[in-house]
Design a protein around this ligand. Structure first.
Ligand SMILES: [Zn+2]
Length: 360
């Protein structure tokens, strides 16, 4: 059974095919209105995320299918202590595909190993959120007309921003992408993302503190929120905050073809004065997220007609040698789940197969 836990579970060719399907759904919605008739998606949200859940549910409904599920752990059997493995086996008897959001990293992978239906990771802690990245890729592809030869700026919180790391990872597989990292010192892109993605893929990148300096170069500007609670010194936060709010004056030297993305929700990092600018794409990005989820549901249900057990972890797995140091890892709570690590030869480390944290 094929599941999608991380964006890298999909090849570039598969992503291109999903983009083509999403564009076709957009142009010919009636053609797809009954494609999933009689099929059910289970949205298993152990952590509330109304926006993502509604996107999956709208996607399935627009394909003619139906929806079951829950919107928080307190309304599921997890509140009685049921394991993710058992939940996945039970839900496999009710539904045809699962979209799982979980506060623990690696939970959707555990679900995919145990379910007899495909599992889509709808966000697991700070680990992965592949359908958000698919939405971002479709938006760039539609707005810029390509996914290669682009200069992509990321602005705001680059340290904790899961969507930023995932999109950089996805873009690393396309040709001639230049990355511009715009953030305060406290929220710079972590070294491991630079080492593992930018350096390993020989991607060109620069780090700057001010967005005005680099604005004229950008084809894409990906904004994220700078959260006050990330700063040890609140005065420092207040001093910096306005520098990273996108206002019309900061766009004076920007390209006409720039696309401005934001994973939403926005708090105040993009002025509402930008919303009517044709370069603002963040609400289109929401629609694109639904289209890509529709394309992905169709693909996985089609593949599930001829189920072949696919293990996304290839190669040797080491058991009983390390303990995962990540306190948000699913191994900390799941009943009798054995610690398992895989050697990452590019970086010469062992990584937890569930949350990808390095063994120490
Ligand atoms: Zn782990």
């Amino acid at each position: 059974m094929r599941s999608v836990i991380d964006i890298v579970d999909l090849t570039v060719e598969e992503i291109d095919a999903l983009i083509a399907t999403a564009n076709d759904i957009n142009d010919n919605p009636a053609k797809y209105a009954e494609k999933c008739k009689g099929k059910k998606i289970a949205t298993l949200f152990f952590e509330p995320s109304t926006r993502t859940r509604l996107s999956f549910e709208a996607a399935m409904l627009e394909l003619g299918g139906s929806v079951i599920g829950f919107s928080s752990a307190s309304s599921s059997s997890a509140s009685k202590g049921e394991s993710v493995a058992d939940t996945s086996k039970v839900i496999s008897c009710y539904a045809d595909i699962i979209a799982m959001r979980h506060y623990q990293e690696g939970a959707p992978y555990v679900a995919s190993v145990n379910a007899s239906i495909p599992v889509i990771n709808a966000g697991d802690g700070g680990h992965c959120h592949p359908t958000q990245t698919l939405a971002d890729l479709l938006t760039i592809s539609r707005e810029n007309g390509r996914l290669d030869n682009l200069t992509v700026g990321f602005c705001g919180d680059l340290k904790y921003g899961r969507t930023v790391h995932s999109l950089i990872n996805a873009l690393s597989r396309y040709k001639n992408i230049k990355i511009v990292l715009i953030s305060p010192e406290e929220l710079k892109l972590p070294k491991y993302v630079k080492d593992e993605v930018l350096d390993r893929c020989n991607m060109q990148y620069v780090e700057v503190c001010e967005m005005e300096d680099v604005m004229p170069q950008l084809d894409v500007l990906y904004m994220t929120r700078v959260q006050g609670e990330r700063f040890a010194d609140q005065n420092e936060y207040l001093r910096l905050r306005d520098r990273y709010i996108l206002t019309p004056d900061k766009l004076v030297n920007a390209k006409k073809e720039l696309s401005i993305l934001h994973p939403l929700p926005r708090v105040n990092e993009i002025s509402v004065k930008i919303d009517d600018d044709p370069r603002a794409c963040y609400f289109k990005q929401v629609k694109n997220g639904k289209l890509m989820r529709m394309a992905l549901i169709l693909k996985l249900l089609e593949e599930a007609k001829n189920p072949v057990k696919v293990d996304r972890i290839s190669g040797d797995v080491v058991k009983g040698k390390f303990v995962c140091p990540n306190h948000r890892c699913i191994t900390t709570t799941e009943q009798e789940l054995e610690q398992a690590f895989k050697y990452d030869k590019d970086n010469n480390v062992y990584r937890c197969i569930y949350c990808e944290t390095e063994a120490r």
